[in-house]
Write a protein that binds this ligand. Structure first.
Ligand SMILES: Cc1cc2nc3c(=O)[nH]c(=O)nc-3n(C[C@H](O)[C@H](O)[C@H](O)COP(=O)(O)O)c2cc1C
Length: 199
């Protein structure tokens, strides 16, 4: 199968949206030879840094590893199911962690928006990667407790997702059972379903 099958995955929208939103998608076929530069990594992390958050608490932290480094291997080793198969070909893995309270003690104030604000930073990461000509794929499929243990995270640090970033490779390089998903039609609920009330 040729790469063209993966290059026409623009969202079909009922109104125009920005290109970076329409063209973003989550591949599984990453080029195992592609590398990411330090400048690109910094740009992606700056995008995360500038995401909004409730009361500007910025309750998110990241563990970041380029392919070929011990940090990358540690993150990859705690991914689960199919994620274990395709994600190790990405150029970069980022573990996104929510900081769920303002301290580790019993009197620490919980932050009810920690996961939400981590997700906002993750979205910035994904779109900045896209703007750099890369692709990103978020994964919840990971062993959260192992991640916590591996990176010695305190109890109020909660691993939320791992984000794989890299260059798209030909769909034919994926194991057969993953190929159909890579080129399946992209679908969404209609706007009318999302919106409960609109005047
Ligand atoms: C929080 C979150 C967790 C996800 N977990 C996984 C995962 O473990 N494995 C996987 O292959 N894709 C995972 N995805 C990717 C979604 O399946 C994908 O974003 C969705 O099907 C829409 O496809 P698109 O991103 O190409 O538009 C996850 C996405 C998000 C936002």
């Amino acid at each position: 199968m040729a790469l063209e099958t993966q290059s026409d995955r623009k969202a079909v929208t009922s109104a125009p949206i920005e290109d970076v939103l329409a063209w973003r998608w989550s591949p599984r076929s990453f080029d195992a030879n592609a590398t990411i530069t330090d400048e690109q990594v910094l740009s992606i992390l700056e995008a995360a840094r500038w995401a909004p958050s409730a009361v500007n608490f910025q309750p998110r932290r990241f563990v970041v590893g380029k392919r070929g480094t011990p940090t990358f291997d540690k993150i990859a080793s705690h991914l689960t199911s199919n994620n274990k198969v395709w994600a190790p070909n990405a150029s970069l893995l980022i573990l996104a962690i929510a900081v769920k309270a303002d301290g580790p003690t019993a009197d620490a104030r919980p932050n009810p928006w920690a996961e939400y604000d981590t997700g906002q930073a993750a979205a910035n990461i994904v779109f900045q990667a896209h703007a750099l000509g890369l692709h990103a794929h978020q994964m919840a499929g990971m062993e959260v407790d192992k991640m916590r243990e591996e990176f010695a995270l305190p109890a109020h640090f909660s691993p939320i997702t791992t984000i794989a970033i890299g260059k798209v490779a030909d769909v034919g390089l994926l194991p057969e059972d993953l190929q159909a998903r890579e080129i399946a039609e992209r679908t969404r609920l209609p706007v009318d379903t999302l919106v409960l009330q609109r005047d």
